[in-house]
Every structure is written in C-alpha cells, then in structure tokens.
Design a binder for this molecule. Structure first.
Ligand code: MG
Length: 336
C-alpha cells in the first residue's frame, strides 16, 4: 500500500509518501516548507497563511518525487495534533478534501507518536527509552502495555522553546540554526564561566520557565556567552537527571532521541557520557527526520492502516492538546 502523510502542526507544512509494496517499508518522498518569521516569534495566523500558500506545491512535489499520482494513494494520514490550531486546520482541511474527492480513507496520526515511530524505524531501535525533544515538547517516554507511558515531562514550556526564546530575546535569532548548529551552542561555546541559575526538577518532571526568566535577567550583569553556556548546561542537566532515573526504573538498554533538539552536539555528548555509565546505547534520529516532516506521518499512518485504524471525515477534527499517552499503540502489540 501507499500512504501519503500530511504534517502541519506548527511551523512546517510537509508531505511524505511511504510504501510497503516490496514487503519492507520504504520512504518514497519527504517534501516540506518551513515558515521562518523575519523577526519575533510565530503568530498562529501567519502559520495558517503560510501553510495554505505552500501546500499545493509541497503536495505536488511529494507525488512527483515518489513517481505516483494521487490515484495510487491508498491512505491519507494526517497529523491531527498536538499543535497550533490555525496550522493544524490547514493540514486537516487538505486531507479531508483529498479524501472526499478521491475516495481515500483517512488515518489520524498523533504528531508525537510519529516522531517516536520514525525514530525507531530509522535507527532500528526496538524497545528504547525515548527522549522526545522538540520546540513544543519535552517528554521522556517508553512503551508499556499498549501505550507510550510518560516518565517525565516539562511542567511548563518545552526545553526547545525555552532555548529558542532565550536566543531570540537576547537578539541572536532568528535564524535559530546556522549550518545545523543552534544559536545557543554557537554562543555557549564562547563562554565558560558558570553562573548560578534555577535548576528545577520536581519528581520526574522539569520546569523551564523560571530558568528562562532568570537567564534573561542574568544577561544584564554577565557576559552573554557565559549566560548562554550556563542556561544550556542547566537545561540539559535537568533533562539528564530525569533520564537517568527513568533508565533505572525501566531498565531499558537503548535511549532514542527524537525531535528537533536531537541535533544538539552538546546534548549528544552528555548523553553518550551517561550511556557509558549505564552501559546502554544512544540512538539519534537522522537530521532529515528530526524536525517536523510528512514522512513520519505517512510512516505512522501505514502502521495504523495495517491494523485498520481509520477515521471518517466528519470525525477528523483537530486535537491541539492530544497527548502521546492517549494513543492506543496497537501495532506494537503484535510486534512484541
Ligand atoms: Mg514536532
């Protein structure tokens, strides 16, 4: 079967196509267009406008790259949440229109689950402890009895969002990433004097909003490079502490890192050190699939479609707060 996946939860509009016609699953195309504001943060209405403008071209490119016509598609998978309303609505509307016009079944996909499943697929990890780290999510999770259970998460803003906001507020961004390196790392690598900042881990959960406020305040009477260094160290060490406890609790032998923050070199270094202590393996999703993309939606949609998970058009409403642990992961029941 061929599955076309549509991603539009946040800044990226993406379309990917996967196929399992040769017995193994292959990714045939993965096209996207990401909204980058000229200045400031992202306004939800700008995301919606951007996505509707680029959608026809991204869709067409994905079909051409896959060498398929829309009539060759057996299922349309759509990322219904979690995400930002006006952005989600564009993807959902296009998916419904295609479904009705060409009589193709819809498959609802949770965006976070898609990050996890494309990570497992591309790194061939079987049963990892998962760190799902993106602009909007900071989650430590693993699979148990039909669900991805959450073993720790942020209590307020996401780690990625915190670092993005910090570099933007101090005038380093946009752009947030230069040649694959985040502005926080470019700045932190020139610092080295550690400044005391709030380190907040409550049980298994982390809180980043107080750290952001304190770091911004600290820039008034410290070198910016030293604040960059300190905020990065504190933010990642909080995550590492919770990760270490989750490892002890679950006894997993692999750590899988998915989501856009997976690209951070300094985080990777910290994780490799932790992995040595615990004698576990660290696997990191390849860059093409770390940020939001349509292929991960198509891939997860294919796993679901194989188990008969579809949704009628009239029920395909967006779910801006759809949590990872609310999804029945039925494809893993037969896997284990
Ligand atoms: Mg994401």
């Amino acid at each position: 079967m061929n599955v076309l996946g549509i991603e539009s939860t946040a800044h990226t509009f993406g379309v990917g196509i996967v196929s399992d016609d040769d017995s193994e699953i292959r990714i045939l195309s993965n096209e996207r267009d990401t909204f980058v504001p000229k200045q400031g943060g992202m306004k939800p209405s700008d995301l919606g406008r951007h996505h509707s403008e680029v959608a026809p071209e991204v869709l067409q490119k994905a079909l051409i790259k896959a060498n398929l016509s829309i009539r060759d598609i057996n299922y349309i998978a759509v990322s219904l949440g979690p995400g930002i309303g006006p952005a989600l609505r564009v993807g959902a509307t296009i998916a419904r229109a295609l479904s009705l016009k060409y009589d193709i079944k819809l498959v609802p996909v949770n965006h976070g689950i898609a990050h996890i499943e494309i990570g497992r697929f591309t790194t061939r990890s079987k049963d990892p402890l998962i760190l799902y780290l993106s602009g909007g999510n900071t989650i430590i999770t693993t699979y148990l009895d039909g669900k991805y259970r959450i073993f720790g998460e942020t209590l307020d803003i996401a780690l990625g969002n915190m670092l993005d906001t910090f570099v933007r507020e101090v005038g380093l961004a946009p752009p947030y990433i230069v040649n694959g390196v985040h502005q926080i790392d470019l700045c932190a690598n020139k610092g080295g004097n550690f400044i005391e900042l709030p380190y907040i881990v409550k049980g298994q959960d982390m809180s980043y909003s107080g750290l952001l406020t304190a770091a911004l305040r600290a820039t008034k009477n410290n070198r910016l490079e030293d604040v960059c260094y300190s905020v990065r160290e504190v933010a990642f060490d909080m995550l590492l502490e919770a990760t270490e406890r989750a490892l002890a609790l679950t006894g997993k032998k692999e750590i899988l890192v998915v989501g856009g923050v997976a690209a951070s070199v300094s985080l990777k270094t910290k994780l490799y050190n932790l992995a040595k202590d615990w004698n576990v393996e660290v696997k990191i999703v390849p860059p093409e699939y770390s940020g939001d993309n349509g292929a991960m939606i198509a891939f997860t949609g294919l796993l679901e479609a194989r188990h008969g998970v579809t949704i009628p058009v009239e029920k395909s409403i967006i779910r801006p707060r759809w949590r990872v642990d609310q999804v029945d992961v039925i494809w893993r029941l037969s896997e284990n």
